[in-house]
Write a protein that binds this ligand. Structure first.
Ligand SMILES: Cc1ncc(COP(=O)(O)O)c(C=O)c1O
Length: 334
C-alpha cells in the first residue's frame, strides 16, 4: 500500500502554469493559469484524494473488506475510484444531478458504486441531501468508512504540503495575488496557509459562486458542480482570506468561452469563475502584475453546461456579451 501511495505522490504534478494576456479595461494584463486538468485523473482533486486516502491508511482504516464512502461533485469521486481500484478496496460515491454524466460514467468504469441523490436540500442545492445519504449508508453497514473531505484536516494539509510549494517552485516571481475556487475550501486554505507560513504578502482571493454559503451568507440556487457549498466550510479561517469574491454562472461561462476563444485553453466551470474574479480584481488593482489562477479542471466535461447557450438560458442566465473586457457584475459580494 505504502509503495502505491509513494508512486501516486510522485506522479501528482507538477501541473503546467501557462501565462496568458487579456485586455482588461484597454490594458494588456498577464494572468498565470495553473492547469490542474493536466493532473492525475484530470483535476486538482487527485491531490485531495491522495491526502485523504493516505491519512486513512496511516490511521489503519484501509483494510481488505472496507468500502470507502464519499459525497462528491464528481472530481474527487473519480480520483477516489481510481485509487481504491488500485488498492483493491470498494468505493461508493454519493452524487447529485449537478455532477456531470462524464464523471459518473468514469467512476462506474473504475468500479465504483454510484448512488444518486435527487432531492434538493433546504438551500435549493444537494450537498446536505448527499451528506444525509452518507449518514444513512454509514448507519446501515459498518463496512463503510467515510472519507469526509468536509472535515478531515488531511484535505487542506495536502495542499499546504504539495500544491502551495509547487506553485512557488515553478513561478519565476512570487504571485502577487492568487485566486482559488471554493467548495470545501480545502484547496484554498492549504495553499493560503503555505503562503502565510512563508511570510509572503500575496493577496489570497477565494472565489465562490452566488448562492453558496461556504463562507456564510444567505443560500440561493446554484447550478454548477465543483464550486460553492450548501454548508459553511470548516477550513476557511478569516485569517487565511484577504478577499472573498462571488461570481455568477453567467460570468463563469463568459470567461470559459473568452479564454477558449482568445487563448485556446479549455477551462472547466470553476476555472471560468476564478478568471472572472481575477479580471474584476485586476480592474480594481492596476498595480497587480503577476496574478495566478488555480484552474481546478479542464473544459471537456462542461460542453453541456457553461459552453451551452441552451443550458444558460434554462437557468435564467444570458451569456454575457462576447469579447467584453473585464466588465463583470459584482455578484453578491460582501
Ligand atoms: C472543478 C472544481 N473546482 C473547485 C473545487 C473546490 O475545491 P475545494 O473542495 O478544495 O474547495 C472542486 C472540488 O470538488 C472542483 O471539483
Amino acid at each position: 500500500m505504502q509503495r502505491y501511495l509513494d508512486r501516486f505522490e510522485a506522479l501528482l504534478g507538477p501541473t503546467p502554469v501557462k501565462a496568458i494576456t487579456l485586455d482588461v479595461l484597454g490594458r494588456e494584463r498577464t494572468i498565470h493559469l495553473k492547469l490542474e486538468g493536466h493532473n492525475l485523473t484530470g483535476s486538482i482533486k487527485a491531490r485531495t484524494a491522495y491526502g485523504l486516502v493516505r491519512g486513512l491508511v496511516q490511521d489503519g482504516k484501509v483494510k481488505r473488506g472496507v468500502e470507502l464512502l464519499e459525497s462528491t461533485s464528481g472530481n474527487l469521486g473519480v480520483a477516489l475510484a481510481s485509487m481504491t481500484r488500485s488498492l483493491g478496496i470498494g468505493f461508493t460515491a454519493v452524487v447529485d444531478p449537478l455532477s456531470t454524466q462524464e464523471s459518473r460514467d468514469r467512476m462506474k468504469s473504475l468500479g465504483a458504486r454510484v448512488v444518486m441523490v435527487d432531492t434538493a436540500d433546504a438551500t435549493g442545492a444537494y450537498l446536505l441531501s448527499r451528506i444525509e445519504k452518507v449518514q444513512e449508508l454509514l448507519a446501515a453497514d459498518d463496512r463503510y468508512v467515510w472519507v469526509n473531505q468536509y472535515e478531515s484536516p488531511r484535505n487542506p494539509e495536502i495542499h499546504r504540503r504539495l500544491t502551495g510549494p509547487e506553485i512557488l517552485d515553478q513561478m519565476q516571481t512570487v504571485p502577487d495575488a492568487v485566486f482559488i475556487a471554493v467548495s470545501t475550501g480545502g484547496t484554498f486554505a492549504g495553499v493560503s496557509r503555505c503562503f502565510r507560513e512563508r511570510g509572503l504578502d500575496t493577496r489570497m482571493v477565494a472565489v465562490d459562486i452566488n448562492g453558496s454559503v461556504a463562507y456564510g451568507g444567505t443560500p440561493g440556487p446554484r447550478h454548477l458542480s465543483g464550486i460553492g457549498a450548501s454548508r459553511r466550510s470548516s477550513f476557511l479561517e478569516p485569517s487565511l482570506v484577504d478577499h472573498y469574491s462571488y461570481v455568477s454562472a453567467g460570468e463563469a461561462a463568459l470567461y470559459c468561452r473568452r479564454i477558449l476563444r482568445e487563448t485556446g485553453t479549455h477551462l472547466g466551470a470553476s476555472s471560468g469563475a476564478v478568471v472572472a474574479a481575477c479580471v474584476r480584481f485586476l480592474e480594481e488593482h492596476p498595480g497587480v502584475t503577476d496574478p495566478l489562477c488555480v484552474c481546478a479542471d479542464g473544459g471537456e466535461k462542461y460542453q453541456d453546461t457553461v459552453y451551452n447557450d441552451g443550458w444558460l438560458a434554462a437557468i435564467g442566465e444570458t451569456p454575457l456579451p462576447a469579447g467584453a473586457s473585464g466588465t463583470v457584475g459584482t455578484g453578491n459580494a460582501r
